[in-house]
Design a protein around this ligand. Structure first.
Ligand SMILES: [Zn+2]
Length: 302
């Protein structure tokens, strides 16, 4: 890899290496990518097949995949090995609080039945909690309605994934009347971390260029990790590299876990690989090793 990378550098001025090992994607979604409704609709089947082929093509050995119950069931049946499924909640009127419409849980409701959810974890069918949509649903991270779930995740050692920061423009006027930017500051996760000392947490969309507080949070809570999607494709390349540089200067690159949020892997990989200040070892950590350690798994990244 090093030699090939060097030749690339000499020929095109590209970075000295490009990571080409196994990938753990900590932010994938199983949900309608084609049309509202169920996973068996033709466009949703086609989108699922395309997404699962991409996992193999890019050697994604594990993908934390969140979505409504019916989609998680269908995706897991099609790809039992590589997915680490997790429910999305809280929901709004029983539906997922984003653009496409579908039921979160087959039994209905905005929150999963705790006994039902615990059985999903103990059977190994689910392996992560979230992406949690508190901000979309207008339910603060520290809301008492979340306590049974945090307690369960802490007791079972299940990682909890918080959506933070913001959402596409006019979210409060579209899907989610109770959406507030002010509910998405990653610092608000502090209350949960203080009350659940053994909870395994990662913060999604963590962007210290907008919320520098996230660096303090990571320093105060050394087990907390982040994913920094979708900034690798939303931000201009130079700004995304500044974001990475901010983590590097803070000595916190080891806490970044790669997430695609469903974006094209080729483009996402390039965004990281083109950051010339990242060493081969740092890239390998971001793309695989950091998540492997966080998930307490072995031999995924070898
Ligand atoms: Zn999100």
């Amino acid at each position: 890899m090093r030699l090939a990378g060097l030749i690339l550098l000499l020929s095109f001025g590209a970075p000295a290496w490009a990571y080409d090992g196994p990938i753990i994607d900590m932010h994938l979604h199983a949900w309608p990518l084609g049309e509202h409704g169920n996973p068996d609709k033709p466009k949703n089947i086609a989108a699922r097949e395309k997404a699962l082929i991409k996992l193999k093509e890019y050697n994604v050995v594990l993908a934390a995949t969140s979505g409504p119950e019916a989609f998680l069931t269908a995706w897991s049946a099609a790809e039992p090995e590589r997915l680490l499924p997790g429910p999305v909640f809280p929901c709004i009127n029983g539906e997922n609080p984003t653009w496409f419409q579908y039921r979160c849980f087959e039994a209905g409701g905005d929150f999963p039945n705790p006994a039902w959810l615990e059985a999903k974890y103990t059977s190994g069918e689910y392996g992560v909690m979230g992406e949690l949509y508190n901000q979309y649903a207008g339910v603060p991270y520290g809301d008492p309605r979340m306590d049974p779930y945090y307690e369960m995740a802490q007791r079972l050692g299940i990682p909890v994934a918080f959506h933070t920061h913001s959402a596409p423009p006019l979210t409060a006027h579209q899907c989610c009347p109770d959406f507030r930017i002010s509910n998405g500051n990653p610092l608000l996760v502090e209350d949960v971390l203080a009350r659940y000392p053994k909870l395994k947490v990662y913060i999604m969309h963590a962007n210290p260029l907008v919320y520098p507080e996230v660096l303090d949070l990571l320093t105060q809570y050394p087990k907390v990790h982040v994913d920094i999607s979708p900034w690798e494709w939303v931000l201009p390349r130079e700004k995304f590299h500044r974001l990475l540089q901010t983590y590097k200067e803070a000595g916190l690159l080891g806490r970044i876990m790669f997430g695609s949020d469903g974006h094209d892997y080729g483009d996402s990989l390039e965004a990281y690989n083109s950051a010339e200040f990242l060493t081969e070892r740092e890239l390998a950590g971001i793309f695989c090793g950091n998540a492997e350690r966080f998930l307490r798994r072995r031999e995924l990244c070898d």
